[in-house]
Ligand binder design. Structure first.
Ligand SMILES: Nc1ncnc2c1ncn2[C@@H]1O[C@H](COP(=O)(O)OP(=O)(O)OP(=O)(O)O)[C@@H](O)[C@H]1O
Ligand SMILES: CC(C)(CO)[C@@H](O)C(=O)[O-]
Ligand code: BAL
Length: 281
């Protein structure tokens, strides 16, 4: 596996692969790789000849400075975990990605989806995500890119950006990888104390409970969200958001809606955990 941190050798390798007619798969990450990330890499492998993984803790998408400072950076361990699963790992610095500083950077902003739900809770977050992913797509020039369904709204944002800008990249969504007790794998799980980690599966359990009630025909969404919030808060979480919206449009349910997505976000100690589940209507 080739480790590259500047643009010139990245472009040289990509050009060589493209000239040889090889199909390039891409998995953007912020590092601290776990089995969820490896599943994305395996999925990319299935469809591509060469796989590129980027590891970049993108300052543009952090709305809290403390969150950015604390974010785990474990490059050596990440490269060991990847082994030969990827041909190239791209690890740019913030200076390389934003040479004129973050304020002077041209931004990509996806209307609608970037502003609601998680976008309203984390101002500027999704503009940071769409901007960095667009730049990474231009650098890596992948045929296909894999994103986790765990970040449901992010996946919707990337799909819309790719379609709206006619980017020649196929986007694949990969189902959430979970620990045996149901907790969605996340780099931020590492912030949990042992006691908090034992409590953490309650987030998925509460989500499943809401999903069952929806599947059984309950439609009072305000009541469901309030019940979910009460259950999480009494278990020791600080609920940040529980939303139930149209799974295709991320807007309020209508008579036309085919499925609802439950979007959960809650703080547990220092960690902000998210999860989601789609329920057919
Ligand atoms: N449990 C998981 N299952 C499947 N995909 C995942 C999982 N966790 C993260 N991903 C995906 O991996 C990609 C990189 O995500 P990222 O590096 O932010 O990891 P993360 O574990 O979600 O970290 P964070 O705690 O910051 O959210 C994204 O497409 C994300 O959706
Ligand atoms: C897609 C991404 C790598 C962009 O920085 C990030 O938002 C993530 O890790 O999900
Ligand atoms: N996994 C989404 C990236 C973030 O939380 O900043």
């Amino acid at each position: 596996m080739q480790l590259v941190s500047t643009i010139e050798p990245l472009r040289a390798t990509i050009s060589e692969w493209r000239r040889a007619g090889l199909r390039i798969g891409f998995v953007p990450t912020m590092g601290n790789l776990h089995d969820g990330h490896l599943e994305l890499v395996r999925r990319a492998r299935e469809t591509a000849d060469k796989v590129v993984v980027s590891i970049f803790v993108n300052p543009l998408q952090f709305d809290r400075a403390a969150d950015l400072a604390a974010y785990p950076r474990t490059l050596e361990q990440d490269c060991e975990r990847l082994g030969e699963l990827a041909e190239l790992v791209f690890t740019p610095t913030p200076e390389l990605m934003y040479p004129n500083g973050q304020h002077q950077q041209t931004k990509v902003s996806v209307p609608g989806v970037s502003e609601v739900l998680e976008g309203a809770l984390r101002p500027g977050h999704f503009d940071g995500v769409s901007t960095v992913v667009c730049k990474l797509f231009n650098l890596v020039q992948p045929d296909v890119a894999c994103f986790g369904e765990k970040d449901y709204q992010q996946l919707a944002l990337i799909r819309k950006m790719t379609a709206d800008l006619n980017l020649p990249v196929e986007i694949i969504g990969v189902p959430t990888v979970r620990a045996d007790d149901g907790l969605a794998l996340s780099s931020r799980n590492g912030y949990l104390t042992e006691a908090e980690r034992a409590l953490a599966p309650e987030l998925a359990a509460t989500m499943n409970w809401l999903a069952e009630r929806l599947a059984a025909g309950e439609r009072d969404l305000e009541r469901l969200a309030a019940d979910g919030r009460a259950r999480l808060d009494s278990a020791g979480f600080r609920t940040d958001g529980i939303d139930m919206v149209d799974a295709d449009t991320l807007t309020p349910l209508t008579g036309e809606s085919r499925a609802v997505v439950i979007l959960m976000a809650a703080f547990l100690g220092k960690a902000r955990l998210i999860d989601n589940q789609v329920v057919a209507l």
